[in-house]
Design a protein around this ligand. Sequence first.
Ligand code: ZN
Length: 527
Amino acid sequence: MSEAVINQQPAAQRPEQSATPVVPKDAAAVILLRDDSDARDPVVFWARRSERMAFMPGFYAFPGGQRDDADAQVEVDDAADRETATMIACAARELFEELGVLAARGADSLTKGQLASVLDDLTSARMTFAELLAHYGLHLDARDFQFAGRWVTPPFSPRRFDTLFFVVKCPRKQEPRVLTPEFDTGEWTGAREAYARWRRAELMAAPPVVHALRTLAAGLADDLYERFLSVPQAHRRPLRAIEFLPGFVCFPVRTPTKPPATTTNCYVVGTRDFLVVDPGSPYEDEQAALAEFVKELISQGRCLREIVLTHQHPDHVGGVEHLRATLGGDVKVAAHRLTAEALRGGVRVERFIEDGDTIELDGDPRLRLRAMHTPGHTRGHLSFYEERAGALLTGDNIVGFGSVLIDPEEGSVRDYLSTLERYRQLPRLVALFGGHGPATGSPFAKIDEYVAHRLKRERDILAAVRAGAATPSEIVARAYADVPTKMRALAERAVLAHLLKLEEDGLVARAAGGRFAARSPGGLDAK
Ligand SMILES: [Zn+2]
């Protein structure tokens, strides 16, 4: 659905609560090709984003980054206009900073030692990139930076980029190496092999990277750039359906969810037979966009098996009945029995899914999803695990950014921690697909981060109670003074969830008036 159509919505139908998506930041990225590449199977440099990165950790990516103010000062020969020159300068600078490769004319006359000192001058900010190029008699030429598309991160992400991609041939005497903590590792790879690895679900990559690999894998023929630019997303049209792994398509829909999220991830899972998981939008335009996508798949001969729900929250079920009605009414909805009970009178659930049930989806590859009953966020919460791909749909137990709300009585911290532990025990994990935000390519680091976050909260809350704070509101005031006023009520619910667990653990006791006190091993503290 285009921006224009969304904007035609009457104001009254627009979500009042949800935050507006963030404005994309200008960025540039480099598809670096090895100079001696075989034109039929070019060799490209890619790197794995660090597990510690907040944005798409564990994803394979190309070097690149945000535009710097000083990039506008760099002269670029033969550039079509100032804007293009600036973005080429950004690409060249990022390539140099991240991989040590300086794609400037004249750089071949520098010794390795000189190149290292240029890089040091740049990274230590002794000189700007423009000053350095001038100082060493180097210059950038637009003909060394072939435009290969401009992609915008879809609105579902808390960090968005408007990225120009350039194909650059690595200068003969230079060898790229990872110099930035943003990447764990980097390597030259044949484009065909890299694309095949993604197809085999061995790793995660963002859509423009997958598109570049697929394009390069067909060889460096004359129509290379036509092929790069042959998809609408390469012209800044945000992608609606994002295939992070083969058979796992994320279709984010706008929902009245909790900030900072503005969308809920609906997933279309399967390579021929498919499921629609969590069609959550209550908004007509978004429901129509999803229905159109699903109908298109059906028209290609694919088969919608059923609609599946991870849990009952409105931002996950808001579009179920619309989708069912649009498709003729006989599509079945499946969920956990407890979710069905919570939805009684609203959404009709025809089939119950229990822990350990499997859903087989024919196709190439065939997918086999194992349902896991994973309470914590809600009592009837389901997750779905596909072992071959190492993919886990986590619903709202783990999301792409921020933390998860545990709101009693539906939510339980104890159950939540057990659920995270079950996730950690899964035999193979490549990707986590959460209910909001981008997928995660470093599953175990993410699970550990969530566990550590919960345990830290628990310690903070217990310390606050021991220091005399007796109610959720007093605890929030003491331990989470930085929580914005608007979020206070939610923060208090989250604190209560922890207090209930601490009570079960025998570390705090509830007294009259909903007040809590710390317990020493011998009984109630005097406080
Ligand atoms: Zn939820």
